[in-house]
Design a protein around this ligand. Structure first.
Ligand code: HEM
Length: 144
């Protein structure tokens, strides 16, 4: 009876909650932990057998690997397989936020800017200069 109560306690007891910093340390072939869908998996025994290879599993350590896992389109059987490696939950508050891309600030387009103004002046002056030059050449080379 006592054993039954102990077993029930273990099965219904709260899962271990890991902090990100601790999970991220397990980033080796012989010691590899992953965070997928808020759960922590110790996939060390699975490294050699993972059909996608051990390199991808290693590259998914030290971060929330949910997107990497889902991007592959893992089968239902692979999801069932995961249960074998489940070792607890992740304290989501400790997971660093993803850096989202912030586009560089661009100066608003302003047609009255100085550079635009000088281009307009040049557009007007250059043809005048060419015309003046042409008249000058004609004047000095004219037979007297
Ligand atoms: C506990 C975690 C994981 C388990 C149990 C697991 C299991 C499996 C299984 C059984 C397959 C064979 C295909 C299928 O049945 O879906 C597979 C393929 C694959 N997995 Fe995982 N996987 C895990 C995590 C990951 C992660 C985090 C990544 C990515 C970083 C990954 C990348 C891949 C790749 C690239 C393939 C090969 C797909 C192909 O060539 O068709 N896996 N995985």
């Amino acid at each position: 009876m006592d054993i039954f109560v102990t077993c029930e306690k273990i099965m219904t007891s709260d899962p271990k909650v890991h902090v990100f910093e601790e999970v991220a340390k397990h980033n080796k072939i012989k010691d590899c932990w992953l965070i997928i869908h808020g759960k922590v998996y110790d996939v060390t025994p699975f490294m050699d057998d993972h059909p996608g290879g051990d390199e991808v599993l290693l590259s998914a350590t030290g971060k929330d690997a949910t997107n990497d896992f889902e991007d592959v389109g893992h089968s239902d059987s692979s999801r069932e397989m995961m249960e074998k490696y489940y070792i607890g939950e992740i304290d989501t508050a400790t997971v660093p936020l993803k850096h989202s891309y912030v586009p560089p600030q661009q100066a608003a387009y302003n047609p009255d800017k100085n550079s635009d103004f000088s281009i307009k002046i040049l557009q007007f002056l250059v043809p005048l200069l060419i015309l003046g030059l042409a008249f000058g050449v004609r004047y000095y080379t004219k037979e007297k």
